[in-house]
Design a protein around this ligand. Structure first.
Ligand code: UTP
Length: 301
C-alpha cells in the first residue's frame, strides 16, 4: 500500500493549440480511438494506486464531470436491449475512482491550478498528472516516481530526453547524479535547476519536464509566494525551482525520473494524430484492419 493516494489533475487550461476543436469541447475530452484522453489519464492513476482524484476544472469543462458520472437513461436503454458490452464501456469511467472537482476560477497558470488542490490534498505527498499528457499503460511511470519519492523525500518530476530543437516547448531541468547509496539507478537524478520554456541557448540540458509529478505538500506554501513568471502565469516550474534549493527537513529537494517509454501530448495536433494511429494500431479489435488499411494508404502516397 503506497502512502501516496491522492492525485490532482489540472484540466482548466484553454487548449488554444487545438482550436477550433476546443472552442466548445475540452481538449481532455478529445477521443483517442474511442475513449477521451482524460479517461486514459485516470486509468493510469488508478493502476498506480491513486484512488482519490481531484480535477481542477474551469468554465466550459462540464463535459469532463459528465463523463465520469452515471447516465441513467442511456444505461437503462442498453440494459433493456441486452447490449452489455456497450453498457460496460459506459460505466467503466464511472466506477474507476473517487473523483472530486474544484474550480480554478481564473486560469492563472499550472502552479495556480495545483494550488487550488491544497485543501483537498492536506499534508501528504501527492501526485499531479496533466490531463492532456498520455503515458502508455505498457510503460508505467508513476509507480517508479512514487517509490523514488518514498525513498528520497521531497518532490519528484518526470523527465524525457528531447531533440534540443524542441526544448523551448517544455520546462527544462539541469541535473546531476543522485546519491548512489539510495541504489535507485542512473535514471533517477537530482534536479539542481529548472527553467520554463527556455530558448535553445539558455537550455540547461535536453531533459524536458513532462506532465507527471509527485510533490511534497510544501509546494503549496511556495506557490502562495510565487509571482507570475513566463507568459504572466504562476508557473509550477518556478515553485519547483524554489523547492530544489530548500532543505529536505522543510519538504525541499527535487529529483527526476528519466522516462524512456511511450508518451503522447494530446494537446498538440501532430502528437494527437500519432497517438490515435499508435494506440489504434495496437488494439486487438481494430488494429489488424486498421494497420492493413494504413499500409495501403501509405504505399499510395
Ligand atoms: P497547457 O499550457 O498545456 O494547457 O497547460 P493549455 O493552456 O490548456 O494549452 P494551450 O497551450 O493553450 O493549447 C498544461 C496543463 O495545465 C492545465 C491545462 O489544462 C493542462 O492540463 N492548466 C493550465 C490549468 O488547469 N490551469 C491553467 O491556468 C493553466
Amino acid at each position: 500500500m503506497t502512502s501516496v493516494t491522492k492525485v490532482v489533475i489540472p484540466v482548466a487550461g484553454l487548449g488554444t493549440r487545438f482550436l477550433p476543436a476546443t472552442k466548445a469541447v475540452p481538449k481532455e475530452m478529445l477521443p483517442v480511438v474511442d475513449k477521451p484522453a482524460i479517461q486514459y489519464v485516470v486509468e493510469e492513476a488508478v493502476a498506480a494506486g491513486l484512488t482519490d482524484v481531484l480535477m481542477v476544472t474551469g468554465r466550459g469543462k462540464g463535459a469532463i464531470e459528465d463523463h465520469f458520472d452515471h447516465v441513467v437513461e442511456l444505461q437503462h436503454t442498453l440494459e433493456r436491449k441486452g447490449e452489455l458490452d456497450r453498457l460496460g464501456r459506459v460505466t467503466a469511467s464511472t466506477d474507476l475512482a473517487r473523483i472530486h472537482f474544484v474550480r480554478q476560477g481564473t486560469p492563472l497558470g499550472l502552479g495556480h491550478a495545483v494550488l487550488a488542490g491544497a485543501d483537498h490534498v492536506g499534508d501528504h505527498p501527492f501526485a499531479v498528472q496533466l490531463g492532456d499528457d498520455l503515458i502508455d499503460a505498457r510503460d508505467p511511470l508513476l509507480p517508479t516516481m512514487i517509490a523514488a519519492q518514498e525513498t528520497l523525500g521531497g518532490s519528484v518530476i518526470a523527465l524525457m530526453e528531447v531533440d534540443p530543437g524542441q526544448i523551448h516547448l517544455y520546462g527544462c531541468a539541469g541535473v546531476e547524479p543522485s546519491d548512489p547509496s539510495a541504489g535507485l539507478g542512473e535514471d533517477i537524478v537530482r534536479v539542481t535547476d529548472m527553467v520554463e520554456k527556455p530558448d535553445a541557448d539558455q537550455a540547461l540540458s535536453n531533459l524536458a519536464m513532462i506532465g507527471r509529478y509527485v510533490l511534497s505538500p510544501a509546494v503549496f506554501d511556495v506557490l502562495r509566494q510565487t509571482p507570475p513568471g513566463r507568459d504572466g502565469e504562476i508557473q509550477l516550474t518556478d515553485a519547483l525551482q524554489t523547492l530544489a534549493s530548500m532543505p529536505t527537513e522543510q519538504g525541499g529537494g527535487v529529483h527526476g525520473v528519466i522516462f524512456r517509454g511511450r508518451r503522447y501530448d494530446t494537446g498538440d495536433r501532430l502528437d494527437y494524430l500519432k497517438a490515435v494511429v499508435q494506440l489504434g494500431s495496437d488494439r486487438e479489435d481494430l488494429g489488424p484492419d486498421f494497420v492493413g488499411w494504413l499500409r495501403e494508404f501509405v504505399a499510395s502516397r
